[in-house]
Design a protein around this ligand. Sequence first.
Ligand code: PGA
Length: 257
Amino acid sequence: MSGQRTVIVGNWKMHLTIGETSLYIEQLEKQVKVPSHVEVVLAPTNLALQSASLQLQHHRKFKLAAQNCFWRDFGPYTGEVSAHMLRGLVQYVILGHSERRHVFAEIDKDIRLKVQAAVRNQIKPILCVGETAQERADGDTGFVIHDQVSAGLANITSEEISKVIIAYEPVWSIGTGDSASPSVVSEAMALIRRQVRDLFGKQAAQDIRLLYGGSVDDANAATYLGLPDVDGLLVGGASLKPAVFANIVAAAKPKES
Ligand code: PGA
């Protein structure tokens, strides 16, 4: 466990328009008290980032994340948004999400370059890793996580690793209601922390924040947050309703470091 602040990220995916984002923020502000040991991060559509960032300027209660970015700073890349363009607008960017990997065929090389581009542009990457149901059934979970972590971090130096967050999101648990059991989560977290230690040393392994994501809701959030190796949550579907997301944030109790 990192001893850093617990991070609760709401990944809205392709939901909520600009207007709905503004309304959501207004409602969440009323319903949530963000304690000093918690960081609340919202990841709306790119389109809403500018207006959300202006709306949040008044109180800075929540941080913003992009759901993806491209690794080149600018150039002839139709449809892409670069980390360079997101700089100053968001504090975090979600990278290597399973939907990016599986629906948009992103490969480890893309993700490695994106992680590097985020850090270069002073945005903290939330690197997502996780196995499919088939990979788990084949007994390959450990290898898959290992490969995704080492590929994602391959261009990161030991000075930069403190900027990175890793989210363990088993693909079979995303949007399915089939949340991973605490022992599955603990095992994956231990594996990732061990790997970070091997790559970057003991301090980095202690400090890095590891999130769990996959069918998190307000009924199971406290269980995951109570696991010693879990430093936060990446929440999809259950983050779309301010009242439910507020309950998830409230489940983050201070941890002893
Ligand atoms: P879910 O999504 O909470 O809806 O399972 C999690 C995610 O994709 O980050």
